[in-house]
Design a protein. Sequence first.
Length: 246
Amino acid sequence: EPTRGTNTLDLILTNNTQTVVEIKVGKPLLVGVSDHLLVEGLIGHNPISLTDDQEVVIDPHSFRAVNFHHSNFDAMNDMLREIDWHHLKMICDDEEDSDGTLFKNLIVLTVLQVTLLMAPPKKTGGKSNGFRSSVPKLNSLKMKRRKLNRKIDNLSVNNPSSMLIPGLEKEVSLISYAIKDEILSQLNQRESYAVGTIKSNPKYFFSYAKKYAKCKSSVAPLRKVCGSLSTDPVEKADILQSQYTS
C-alpha cells in the first residue's frame, strides 16, 4: 500500500510474521509538515508488559545494607552520646562550610559508621540471592508515561488541533522504548547471574530455568463482526462468548 503519494517508501521487516496481526496506513503524523503517511503495526502481544524485577547489588557500606529489624538501638544511642559533636563542628572550617553542608555530611558519615558497627547486615541468601528488588526507575518511567497520556487525552478533548499533541505522542513512544530496554536489561542481568552461579548456587539456576520453562501469553486481538480488530478485554470476552455459544 502506498505510503507517500503513489510510492511505497516504508518497509516493515520481521522474522516472525505470526506476531504481526495487522498493518494499517493512516493519516500523516504531522499534518501540514510531512506528506508521509503513518504506518501502524498491531502485534499479538505486548513487548513491554514483562513483570520481572531489576536486581541490583546493595552497597555493603550504606544504610541499605543494615538489618534495622535486629539492630541494637540502645547501644547506638549510647555510642552517639559519647561523640563530641562540638569538636566535629570545629573540624569543619566556617569559611569553607558557610552553609553547614560539610558538617551535615560529617554527621551522616558518623551515624553510618556507628550503625554499621552496632547493627547486623542484611542476609543475602534466600530468594533474592544477594540482590534486592529495585524498580524505582521503571516505575518512574511508567508514571511519566501515564501523565503524558493523560495530558494527550485532555488536549484531544479540549483542543484537538493543538500542535503539542504530536510532540507528546513522540515523547510517549520514546519512554515506551526506554521501558522496554529497562525490562530487557533486567532480564539479561538475572540470566547472567543464574548462569554465573550455576556451580555455586545450582538451586537458583534451576529455579530460574523452571520459571521460564512455560510461556504465558495473553489473548491476541480479535476481529469484531464489523471487521475491525479489538484489543479491549471486555470486547474480546464478548466475542469469545458469542463464538462458543452460537
